[in-house]
Design a protein around this ligand. Structure first.
Ligand code: GDP
Length: 195
């Protein structure tokens, strides 16, 4: 079993220029409610790790965690908050895009897609943006436990196809049950070693 990541909250940055120095970085991104906080907590084996990222005023910031001396993990703002005013939304979406496209230390973007409902229009737009700009990325499907066992094979094929990927390219996880956690932990190590 891969041991959990030793994660330490570093800072919340409101701009790429204020991100901490780091040798390598992986980013987690996805729409709000996709299960990002639950997954960050599961990777760090802590219930409250990502709570800081959900504190009022921090949901639109780049929340940075140090990964045991290897680099940084960045929890990006969840996109698709329908309730945020368009002007505010546009501002931080631009900030996140600048981050994803320009950050030199970024070795991998983990794009989280809800495994139960499949990729949304916004997920596919994000995927297209990453592809068009040659940003290294991996698709992580969350909430594996919410898909009925009898439907899993079909759902895995469908979700991958909707993302224009091979079935085996999608990393399935369940923060609730721990499914896929070891694979993702070892991938995070691998990704941080890419630089
Ligand atoms: P975030 O907005 O992307 O940070 O999403 P959260 O981590 O807060 O999760 C959103 C909702 O999905 C919460 O009600 C979680 O309890 C639930 N959730 C997250 N991950 C899982 C999972 O692996 N399995 C199940 N069944 N529910 C999950």
């Amino acid at each position: 079993m891969t041991s959990p990541l030793r994660l330490r909250f570093l800072t919340s940055a409101d701009d790429v220029s204020r991100l901490p120095d780091t040798p390598a970085e992986v980013a987690f991104i996805g729409r709000s409610n996709v299960g990002k906080s639950s997954l960050v907590n599961a990777l760090g084996n802590r219930k409250d790790l990502a709570r800081v990222a959900k504190a009022p005023g921090r949901t639109q910031l780049l929340n940075c965690f140090e990964v045991e001396g290897l680099g940084t993990m960045v929890d990006c703002p969840g996109y698709g908050y329908a309730s945020a005013p368009a002007r505010v939304r546009d501002g931080w979406q631009r900030m996140v895009e600048t981050y994803l496209l320009d950050r030199e230390q970024l070795t991998m973007v983990a794009l989280l897609v809800d495994g139960e409902i499949g990729p949304t229009k916004l997920d596919l737009e994000m995927l297209a943006l990453l592809r068009a700009n040659d940003v290294p990325h991996s698709v992580v499907a969350t909430k594996h436990d919410k898909v009925k066992a009898a439907q899993r094979d079909k759902r895995k094929r469908e979700l991958a196809a909707a993302c224009m990927l091979e079935t085996g390219d999608v990393i399935w996880v369940s923060a609730a049950k721990g499914t896929g956690k070891d694979r993702l932990l070892s991938l995070v190590h691998t990704w941080l070693a890419l630089r």
